[in-house]
Design a protein around this ligand. Structure first.
Ligand code: UDP
Length: 358
């Protein structure tokens, strides 16, 4: 069996590392790796290949930096060329980025079966570029690998059901278990106490709207009066912050470059609480038994909110600090099982080998 894997952005490197490790252990499967170039900075891309032992991509398309339309269009063209040459049995795509959609569209036009990891997630907010990417990818995929009950139900509600929808758990949980022991303390963390707050912000809805971003920063400034805040800053957010003079960060907010996955795991293991607008980080907070405040109007990972381990703090309409205070001393029940058993990667490859979903 030949699988062409398409990755391009940070969370996809982490998820693909899980599956590539499973593939390596099974004889008779060849993986062809395409890196679209969506994320290209050393600390958003190279560090993950090194730390997570992902082999050098077979194809590096170096497509990034344009608008969504430009990137997606150029990726489709370049991926199609590779697929025509390689003729894989499967195209494997992850999540909800432009690379995901481009891979799915290129494959479906060539009648190559598509397996979509993280199928069925919905925010029901079509203004998010990610939501459009997920919906369209799901509707052309042949094997929809849904992480949760909610994801399966979302697909059913859209008329996508049957054998091609498989609930497999979450590969991010596999990744957390595998890298837990390998976590590495960042150099900047030497002096940190255990009550620090870990924060990530990168969603377009927060970074493209100065009013929202200013509200988030005001809340962080206030929180930083009592707690150290560590903010590994995504390039998109760094770019915006540097252009808004009204943004003044208090000195107890430590802006650092994006960290590698091993350092991120150390920060997750050792912080007191997580504040984020990331999809992956919301779940990782839970995996590390940390309460989470989600700086968004909605979340795809609704089971975390229902379980009370994550609380939404829509930046425009809520008092972020009040939500922070509610969650600060929350204990997370380690027996909650929301995302599978850590064997999701293996389950996905087993299903692809059976190959009877088209
Ligand atoms: N991450 C990381 N370093 C950072 C920030 C995030 O390794 O400085 C990891 C994080 O632990 C998670 C993934 O990147 O596994 C999430 O990526 P991101 O938040 O960019 O995307 P999303 O999950 O929202 O799609």
């Amino acid at each position: 069996m030949r699988i062409t894997t398409i990755i391009g952005a940070r969370p996809q490197f982490i998820k693909a590392a899980v599956i590539s490790r499973v593939i390596k252990e099974i004889s008779g499967i060849e993986e062809i790796l395409i890196h679209t170039g969506q994320h290209f900075d050393a600390n958003m891309s190279d560090v993950f290949f090194e730390e997570l032992d992902i082999r050098k991509p077979d194809y590096e398309l170096k497509i990034g930096g344009g608008t969504h339309g430009q990137n997606t269009g150029r990726m489709i063209e370049a991926i199609e060329e590779v697929l025509i040459k390689e003729k894989p049995d499967w195209v494997l795509v992850y999540g909800d980025t432009d690379s995901t959609l481009a891979g799915a569209l290129a494959a479906t036009k060539l009648h190559i079966p598509i397996a979509h990891v993280e199928a069925g997630l919905r925010s029901f907010n079509r203004k998010m570029p990610e939501e459009v990417n997920r919906v369209l990818t799901d509707h052309v995929s042949n094997l929809l690998l849904a992480p949760t009950d909610t994801a399966v139900q979302n697909l059913k509600n859209e008329g996508v059901e049957g054998l091609k929808v498989q609930q497999v758990g979450d590969v991010m949980y596999d990744a957390t278990l595998f890298y837990k022991e390998k976590a590495r303390k960042p150099e900047f963390a030497l002096e940190l106490n255990s009550d620090f707050v870990l924060c990530t912000i990168h969603r377009a809805e927060n970074t493209n709207d100065p009013a929202r971003l200013l509200k988030i920063i005001a809340a962080l400034n206030s929180i930083s009066e009592k707690h150290t805040v560590i903010l590994p800053v995504h390039p998109r957010t760094a770019g915006v912050i540097s252009k808004i003079p009204e943004i003044q960060l208090q000195k107890n907010i430590h802006i650092v470059d994006p960290v590698g996955f091993l350092e991120m795991n150390w920060l997750l293991q050792n912080c007191k609480l997580v504040m984020t607008d990331s999809g992956g980080v919301q779940k990782e907070a839970f995996f590390h038994l940390k309460p989470c405040v989600t700086l968004r109007d909605e979340t795809e990972w609704i089971e975390l909110v229902k379980a009370g381990v994550n609380m939404l703090a829509p930046p425009e309409s809520t008092d972020i600090i009040a939500v922070f205070e509610k969650m600060y001393n929350k204990t997370i029940d380690k027996n909650l099982n929301l995302y599978g058993d850590g064997q999701t990667g293996k389950r996905i490859i087993d299903l692809m080998q059976k190959n009877n979903f088209s």
